[in-house]
Write a protein that binds this ligand. Structure first.
Ligand SMILES: *Cc1c(COP(=O)(O)O)cnc(C)c1O
Length: 384
């Protein structure tokens, strides 16, 4: 029997709640008592705080990170006939929304060191139909936004930042979500700033664009019951907004805790055979939504899967983000990307492993995970 105290989960939300419980309970009860459950001052206050935090003029909250991307694409006029450059090594929401507005995702490979878009390949992929680029700040690490914006401006392209995994990350001294035309955020519970349910937001500097996002968010109306576009219902609840407003005040502390954990992994796992550690790129500040290593000496998943299974047997949780890159998914078969067409993403699918990472991960838990990884890899490569 595995003893529960020695288990190390990949992620755990139950230790964060006690830190904010009193404030959250009071705020939620106040919303419940107020009778104002949709919209109103609670949501507007959170939007103002979040815009200030990200460093934009305005924020429009919505129901999820997926909706944020969808609404951004719609408001910027991306649609049928347009191509949008996206990475294949990301969550499906990044590209699902491109397809949902009727545009075509054009997959460009990522870099093995950063997991983010290869910007030289982005430049080569730009064609006459290219309308926008969606850089994803994957696992908390920002894309080189100076270089990306230079490319986008040279070709007159829109930039929609997918910040779902990177709330608080910076490129230079600017936070992600304040650099492109729209920043899209998710408040799914496992994100750096997580709600107690679904939630999302878009950050912008353009008041006209913010008004269009609000219009589309609420049934295509600016004035109630007068509809000028086919919109959606994608509001953030007042209860979630109240919780997020409280949690936002601790976000920098939690992100610093994640960074300290990442630094302990870097030191504890350095030099191990068969293991490649994530690289932070100069100029950026990652917020470590995930700490993702690459395991293996060839191209296959054998060593990664062996490590994952043996860790699991010892009560240490890990996760695989993402096993099959999006250009190889059944849903995109008609786009015709063959096996080997985007080799870095395909290899990463076989080799990535995300280690336990959440702000409250205890040093002893982390040391247990590091010790177990060392043991498994050393044994595996001796018997190989
Ligand atoms: C989580 C995530 C999303 C979608 O966010 P939801 O709030 O779950 O809809 C989009 N892009 C990336 C990269 C994500 O990780």
């Amino acid at each position: 029997m595995v003893c529960l105290v020695s288990n190390v989960p990949a992620f755990n939300l139950t230790e964060q709640f006690p830190q904010i419980q009193d404030e959250v309970n009071a705020a939620v009860l106040a919303v419940l008592a107020s009778g104002g459950y949709i919209g109103g001052a609670t949501v507007a206050n959170f939007e103002a705080d979040f815009a200030r935090y990200v460093g934009t003029e305005l924020c429009v909250a919505c129901n999820s990170g997926t909706d944020a991307l969808y609404l951004a694409l719609r408001a910027l006029g991306v649609g049928p006939g347009d191509e949008v450059i996206v990475p294949p090594f990301t969550f499906i929401a990044t590209t699902e929304t491109v397809s949902a507005v009727g545009a075509v995702p054009v997959f460009v490979d990522v870099e093995a060191d950063t997991f983010n878009l290869d910007l030289a390949a982005v430049e080569r992929a730009i064609g006459p139909r290219t309308k926008a680029i969606i850089p994803v700040h994957l696992f908390g690490q920002p894309v080189d936004m100076d270089r990306l914006m230079t490319i986008a401006q040279a070709h007159n392209l829109l930039v929609i930042e997918d910040c779902a995994q990177a709330t608080g990350a910076k490129w230079g001294d600017r936070r992600v979500g304040s650099i492109g035309h729209v920043g899209c955020f998710s408040f799914y519970p496992t994100k750096n700033l997580g709600a107690c349910g679904d939630g999302g937001a878009m950050t912008v500097n353009d008041a006209g664009l913010a008004a269009d996002l609000r219009m589309l968010r609420e049934h295509g109306q600016r004035q109630r019951y007068y509809h000028e576009a086919i919109g959606v219902n994608s509001r953030l609840d007042a209860i979630q907004a109240a919780i997020l407003q409280i949690k936002l005040r601790s976000l920098d502390t939690w992100n610093q805790q994640r960074t300290a954990i990442a630094q302990r992994y870097q030191a504890g796992l350095a030099g191990l055979p068969g293991l490649k550690l994530p690289q932070a790129i100069a100029g950026g500040t990652s917020v470590w939504n995930q700490y993702t290593v690459q395991v293996g000496t060839g191209d296959g998943p054998e060593l990664r899967d062996r490590l994952r299974n043996e860790l699991q047997a010892q009560g240490i949780g890990t996760a695989i983000y993402y096993p099959l890159p999006l250009h190889r998914q059944a849903v995109y078969a008609s786009l015709g990307y063959g096996a080997g067409s985007l080799p870095v993403s395909e290899r990463l699918g076989h080799q990535v492993l995300s280690l336990p990472m959440f702000p409250e991960l205890a040093i002893e838990q982390q040391e247990r995970a590091i010790g177990a990884i060392k043991e498994v890899l050393t044994n595996a490569l001796q018997t190989a």
